[in-house]
Design a protein around this ligand. Structure first.
Ligand SMILES: [Zn+2]
Length: 76
């Protein structure tokens, strides 16, 4: 049966099942090296990827990337 104790806010678990303590997040964790895989970096990476996709789509819309066999240049 699933534990029915109150979940500790921010930890997703009750005190008995890992909500009370745990490894610190971020640079306070001993395994932290550069932060290249940190939540903040991943968030930033996602935002930048989304921006690139947005710009690429825009480029496609205005014909910036000619399809194979198509002439490159201004639209007639
Ligand atoms: Zn529990």
């Amino acid at each position: 049966m699933r534990c029915r104790k109150l979940i500790v806010p921010g930890r997703g678990r009750c005190r008995s099942h890992g909500g009370a303590a745990g490894a610190p997040f971020g640079p306070r964790n001993g395994n932290w090296k550069t932060g290249a895989y940190s939540q903040a970096t991943k968030l930033l990476d996602r935002a930048q990827s989304a921006e690139l996709r947005r710009l690429y789509k825009l480029g496609q819309e205005i014909g910036l990337f000619p399809k194979r066999g198509q002439r490159r240049g201004p639209i007639d």
